[in-house]
Design a protein around this ligand. Structure first.
Ligand code: NAP
Length: 231
């Protein structure tokens, strides 16, 4: 892995991913909205920044050209297919053979085998509906974006984050294939470690065509079921 593009570099997850990618010695290209470029000032001179909407196909085409890794924050913002537009542009224009790693939440299911707590169900149904009514967030479009990823024959991984918290890194999160698996019960991951998992996935071929649901490696459920950890 030599050069990676981070689509959505200026958000909380994005900024952590930039740092992890630089730590690994990768050349980094970041894409973010024009108004957010200044959020990347701390990296001035160390990364290239391409301003633009992440669902602008020409912006994505230019940004991910000749990248062997692409990290994508799938943001379900607004009601104009932002997440699915972003995913489609990346899937269409990534170099053949490039590793592509997308971020989403636990609410995304690949095979319908995930088992959700009432809390997640309520959150997705009610908060999702209210946010769409307010034209702020469109979770259905994030679902559509992920459906397109799952159907793609590119070398994708879709990382499904649990609830997130700030704090020092605890190390690489553990993962499982289905929400509801005992190892995931604690439902909390440090955001810096979500980013770590995304960046590490670029170099982990065992995660190609997987949709790992992750949880912090020091959480009670991860420690109690360490024998069930995959990988
Ligand atoms: N937050 C959680 O608890 C949680 C839990 C599980 C999974 N996730 C996943 O983690 C990822 C990002 O989470 P995060 O906590 O890092 O969120 P974040 O900091 O809010 O970043 C979200 C991204 O959305 C962009 N964005 C915000 N408002 C926008 C708008 N109106 N139009 C277009 N883009 C907009 C941001 O770009 P700007 O910098 O330009 O604003 C940023 O790239 C997502 O894939 C999400 O599904 C989050």
């Amino acid at each position: 892995m030599k050069k990676v593009c981070i689509v959505g570099a200026s958000g909380k997850l994005g900024i952590y991913m930039v740092q992890h990618a630089l730590d690994r010695g990768y050349a980094v290209v970041g894409v973010c909205r024009e108004r957010s470029v200044e959020k990347l000032d701390a990296f001035k001179g160390r990364i290239a920044v391409i301003p633009g909407a992440t669902n602008d196909r020409e912006v994505i085409k230019r940004a991910i050209a000749r990248c062997d890794g692409v990290l994508v924050v799938l943001a379900p913002m607004g009601v104009h297919h932002y997440a699915s537009g972003t995913a489609q542009a990346v899937l269409d224009y990534a170099d053949p053979g490039a590793r592509i790693v997308f971020s989403s939440g636990w609410h995304i299911t690949r095979d319908g085998q995930d088992v959700y707590s009432w809390k997640i169900k309520v959150l997705v149904k009610i908060v999702g509906r209210l946010a769409r009514l307010a034209r702020m967030v469109d979770l259905d479009d994030q679902v559509e974006a992920c459906r397109r990823v799952f159907a793609s024959d590119t070398r994708w991984t879709l990382v499904r984050g649990s609830d997130l918290e700030e704090g020092e890194s605890q190390g690489l999160p553990v993962w499982s294939r289905h929400v509801g698996d005992p190892i995931l019960k604690s439902n909390i991951t440090r955001r810096v470690d979500f980013a770590l998992f995304m960046v590490a996935a670029l170099a982990n071929d065992a995660l190609v065509h997987e949709a790992p649901a992750i949880v912090g490696c020091k959480t009670p459920s991860a420690l109690a079921h360490a024998d069930l950890a995959i990988g």
